[in-house]
Design a binder for this molecule. Sequence first.
Ligand code: DGT
Ligand code: CA
Ligand code: CA
Length: 588
Amino acid sequence: MENLDVARTLSEVADLLEIRGDNPFRIRAYRNAVRTVESLTRPLTQMVDEGEDLTELQGIGKQVDAHIRELLQTGQLTVLDEIVEEVPRTLTQLIRLEGVGPKKAKKLWEELGVESVEGLEAEIEKGTIEQLPGFGAKSVEKMKGSIEEFRQHRSRFLRAEAEELIRGLLEHMEKAPHVDRLEVAGSYRRRKETVGDIDLLARADEGGAEVVEYFIGFPSAVRVEAAGDTKGNIVLPSGLSVDLRVIPAASYGAAMHYFTGSKEHNVRVRTMAVKRGLRVNEWGVFRIPEGVDPDSVGKTDGDRVGGTTEAEVFASVGLPWIPPELREDRGEFDAATAGGLPELVTLDDVRGDLHMHSTWSDGTASILDMAKGCIERGYDYMAITDHSKAVTVANGLTPERVRKQWEEVEAVRAELGDDFTILRGQEVDILKDGALDQPDDVLEELDIVVIAVHSFMDMDRTTMTERVLRGMDHPQVDILAHPTGRLINRREPYPIDMEAVLDKAAERDIAVEINAHPRRLDLSDRYAARARELGVRIVIDSDAHAIPGLDVMRFGIDQGRRAGLERSHVLNCGTREEVTGWLARERS
Ligand code: DGT
Ligand code: CA
Ligand code: CA
């Protein structure tokens, strides 16, 4: 079991206890443990093997320690089995729905016998929900909407999560017989924000069946769905499904291309090939003799003209190698034929991070520690951007506290010297009416002003758009953070006219953010591409609330690459001078 599997199981226990109406302290203990396990940098299996005392970790007591050990050893958890005797496990689906907390889930279950999303849907149909005290027609409408979202999302994993969930499997496969190369293809390689499953390719010229045998023998697999001479499929404890294909070296490039996708991209490549009398498939590129119907011959018939490398596949249709992030049939073919594939931004290009929190609001590290974290990551500058006072749950800063914070910034600057720049920033709330949550004198004195929506997200599209546009009209604004407010698989974007927002950003030279947090990745790849087309400056920020949080930057970079961004499009790939120069820009 990976750490994330352990965290998910403990979180399920907490959810079920909460639905049951258990002791809040007990519930909190599980939630704290989840947070700790999620933030560990080493695998629990290794820590336990090395005899470490887990109870020394914050939030892990004797009982949770025992649970973790049981999970790691057996893949089971007795306490969970016991709770499930009493509370249906499927009830945890309900609390993922908007407007249904543990209390409401309990009520639906006890009063109407609802145990799952399907059950809830049936009751909505019957019109019984509205009769329950505490559930109005409006909340039923909300539920309906979020049931649909639930359907769309439930089978997809954040790529960042998937990365963790397959770590142990990849280690296992490193030792597979006959295999001299191992790579993940599919949406994972295209760096999509979520993945439906994992497509693993192993290069081996012989012993395919043995490779598959070894693969399905992965100890943590909970199910084997397929096992053949060249193909296998297993399901991991998280429910993540993994396809394996064993490929001979001569076909490896063709298979990488085929299984990387996307389907839409592949279709275009195959069509281009047909026009040249070629056939491209997962086995290679083949010349079909004139007068022969390609559908009448076998997949590897005809003269092989390539397929060992991906570059050969692309070259066969007259294209340069196209980075996987761009393979969505969203303009990459036109760009490639015109010789204009972008030189995509990389993590090494990043020189600073302009959105992060400290203990002054809801972060867990001091300004000094965050600065040191940035320096360790090779950055030249950062902005500290704690919340403003409207975000009370995050201990947002009043004007008085902002000024106090500046004293600390001054002290940290003095301590760290001139090689590193700390900008005095703030993530200022865009209030319900579009006003900003700090007085003008504070906004004027800040080095950098990041604005964002954190409340009243259920406005209609027109009102929300007007609100954000009004916020952007304030003369001090530099960055619009997480512009759509979405949380992937949890909360849809609020309705907003992004075209109008991006136009405004272009007009006022405001940078729009790709928030790099794997749950946000907001802007999406499509909106970020649109921003690029409109000439809007883009900033890629971690929004870190702790030092390790700075490392999510790479997911933001991946998103930027999918949007076709080059270094020059990204504000925080600029030098300190460029950024401070831009911050001092003249605006009407
Ligand atoms: P996912 O798993 O939903 O996140 O998305 P993908 O892109 O990884 O899709 P998946 O796992 O179904 O298939 C992996 C790749 O294999 C896909 O991107 C393209 C290729 N592929 C699979 N099935 C087909 C097909 O029927 N036609 C074509 N042209 N390509 C296919
Ligand atoms: Ca896939
Ligand atoms: Ca697949």
